[in-house]
Design a protein around this ligand. Sequence first.
Ligand code: SF4
Length: 707
Amino acid sequence: MYGYHGRILIVDLTSQQARYEPLGEDVLRAFIGGIGLGTYLLYRFCPPGADPLGPENPLIFVGSPLVGTRLTTSSKFAVLAKSPLTGFIGDSLSSSFMATELKGLGSDAVVLTGFCETPTLLFLDSAPPPSLAGKREEGVGLEGSGDAVNVRFLPAGHLLGLSTFDTEARVKEELGDRRIRVACIGPAGERLVRYASIANDGGRQAGRTGPGAVMGSKNLKAMAVRGRAQTTVHDPGRLDEIGDALTKKSLGPATEKYRVLGTMANVAVFNRLGTLPTRNFQQTTFEGAEHVSGEVLFTEHRVKDAHCANCTIGCEKILITKDAGPETKGRMEYETLFALGPLLGISDPNAIIRAARLCDELGMDTISAGVTIAWAMECAERGIDLAQSIAEHSHSPSPSYAEGLGVRSAGRGGGALPPPSGKGAGGRGQFPSPSYREGLGVRSAGNGEGSSFLPLEGKQREGEVGEVLHFGNTDAVLRALNLIARREGVGDLLAEGTRRASAIVGHGSHAWAMHVKGLEMPGYEPRSLKTMALGLAVSTRGACHNRSSAYEADFSSRVDRLKADEARGAIAMQSEDFESVLDSLIWCKFLRKAFDDFYAESAEVYERVTGWPITPDELRRAGERISTLKKLFNIREGWARADDTLPPRALQEKLSDGVAAGLGLTPEELDLMIASYYRARGWAEDGTVPEAKLRELGLVDVFASFR
Ligand code: SF4
């Protein structure tokens, strides 16, 4: 088999057993790899109604046919699990050398099931010396068949409390090989913060939808990978020619924005267009935008650019603080910048750099962290005492908690009443184990790079940070991030994300809880980007810009971005299906404009890699199949038509400023667009998928195989 290995590695953490399982050509061709293959595996390995923080929720790492080739931006992998934030599909992408090491294990995916009794470092080592292959040694599991992977379960109690950076460094040091790649969680994942991320390669993050919380619930502090298997391709000569041409285009005008300012360039543009979410989406322009624009950050704070492995674009901007405080270096891109800057009313670039770095150290998604803190700031400014609300809630669990969540019976993230910190029935169950939690106070001595990862004292420890949470307070943001990662005081509430936190606090605070399906909103104002509004509402992973990218249409001349109409359904569908293919092959999003004909060129690449002919239309159809399978997973987990919506603020309040001031988005306008989207997809009026559509996409046979 070319491009693939034709099998997956399944590691059961409970029994410490591992095995390979074959993966047929039909499945690989149908779902490609990355998010597509991951969705198939999630559907298969996650039992219906599984508690996202229980042992039955699998944690799945998936490569792609392009990993291991020389193709630019192709060193990527997907991470999937049922999301602890949404109770629906949780899918994230990450990059760099970990992708090639995972593929070097000789499998197309690694599926982790069960949980570890004690904090564990899982070490997957491909093709070990013959003397080790298949042998059980201290803490060792067993290998698969044929060319072996040595699976070792090593104690990790001493790593608890370490930042993601320190964890990675310590694991490499202890295993004695700096080329080993490490995926790990920080303190946030250990504490099951629902938007915790999994970090790899010095700060790359599988960030959205909370995979780090799932890893934490498995008592898995880190997974180290050393892969040696090679990827063979069907037509290396022609692939080299294509690869060279793509590399050339990746250095041309199509990617110039990413190579120069990176996505930070969006700040000034979005501010001008009245679509820069500010102070928890209360405004669309930010008076401090010029202080945090990409241009200013690039000129005054940039240290260098960074690349993922195998990338010729290098969109990552490494910034450094320039004030009297501790010198801190951090990565920056638009979503982090908006969420920790304008959204919180913060115009000090130094504060944003420190907050961004802190999120990476603690292992937290910057978007969800920023949006949740913004919600808390608005609560505080409206006179809601969060500490008091928590106390009231803990004394008298209110039925409105469940109602506010929109939780319907089983299958939506672990029961009807997930308590604030997941304690008790329906939350995280017995995980992490008491012994695991006892070790959580441990911190490393140094976190490098001028960390804001500091001990908490006095008021902070008592959770009184809520008193000083107001827009523009930079110190409060750093304190809040530390409290969230430790689940201390008000941090325990904010660790739950906006949907659950607003349901606990009440006082109508769900009205400014900016999420869709429980996932916090990215930096696009939906009222002034109507196609994007639809994309956010129907997205299977919740408020997500990457799985939809419907904003592309709004920023083009194809539509009037300020008006809703029935043409948006087809546009949103095409956009989603395009992203499904992109995320399954996996190409970096920032390469997309370098293609002249994306489907034709990608089809040729797929054929040259795998040797399996595929037409552009078949590839497009694969995108539709993958998008539909994501929806089917959600339907199985309790999705209903009412879940495809936007936060009350987006549907009830008009924009207060900017070029679109006075404009809103009515529920009727959104419904009209959603109906057009279902029609474009050939779905029923209630958003379910008819049998005929399943047949058309070849999904009936897939489900039959599960049975
Ligand atoms: S363009 Fe940026 S995100 Fe994409 S592969 Fe390159 S460095 Fe990574």
